[in-house]
Ligand binder design. Structure first.
Ligand code: E4P
Length: 219
């Protein structure tokens, strides 16, 4: 399973990249706004900076909601860097835009997916990635992970090549469940990824090994 980091924060991206486990980055307009990146030029420069920090795919989301706005914006984003994947919302216009981009060889990430039907449409339109939002379904007492499993089953039935990018991942358990189901990619904040490192028996075991070593060499 590929690990993407879900942030527009350059420091977090560099930290994950330095770990050597990072395969890409996803952003969204809220994450960009959190970093106070607003205005077309600033947004494009920030995406370029993100691409310079990592080797993998970088999802950059369109703001326009009409077909023509999405095409114009998506083409500008895609021209910025070969790493850019144009992130398009799951709407009627979004599906039309994904089909257009797919025919032109521009890679896409269909975002805000909350049902198997939406995931099927995104795949039919030729999306490179489909992003079902696990945490936001959990937030409304609906099993987000069940959606990942259901999409996986349908995609497997037809050997669909669209990659399942499990999004809105909030905890280490979410990450493990995604891997167990067989999601192609998961995207999570740095905090959830770093929590995978932790186990009390690792800390206790290491403390024991070091204490024994230091006791032995002090004799
Ligand atoms: C997906 O690409 C989104 O950026 C993201 O995963 C949304 O996560 P949230 O529900 O925690 O905001």
């Amino acid at each position: 399973m590929k690990f993407f980091i879900d942030t527009a924060n350059l420091e977090d991206i560099r930290t994950a990249e330095a770990l050597g486990i990072l395969d890409g980055v996803t952003t969204n307009p809220s994450l960009m706004a959190r970093e106070k990146i607003t205005g077309e030029e600033a947004i494009l420069s920030h995406y370029q900076r993100i691409c310079d920090c990592v080797q993998g795919d970088v999802s950059a989301e369109v703001i326009g909601t009409s077909f023509s706005e999405m095409l114009e914006e998506g083409e500008r984003l895609a021209a910025l860097d070969p790493q850019i994947v144009v992130k398009v919302p799951m709407t009627k216009e979004g599906i039309q835009a994904i089909k257009y981009f797919s025919d032109k060889g521009i890679r896409t990430n269909c975002t805000l997916v909350f049902s198997v039907g939406q995931a099927l449409l995104a795949a039919k339109a030729g999306a490179t990635y489909v992003s079902p939002f696990v945490g936001r379904l959990d937030d409304i007492s609906t099993d987000g992970m069940a959606l990942i499993a259901a999409i996986k089953k349908v995609y497997d039935n037809y050997q669909i090549s669209t990659q399942i990018l499990a999004a809105s991942i909030r905890s280490p358990m979410h990450i493990i469940q995604c891997a167990s189901i067989g999601a192609d990619v998961m995207t999570a904040p740095l905090s959830a990824i770093l929590k995978l490192l932790e186990h009390p028996l690792t800390n206790k075991g290491l403390a024991g090994f070091l204490a024994d070593y230091h006791q032995a060499i002090s004799k």
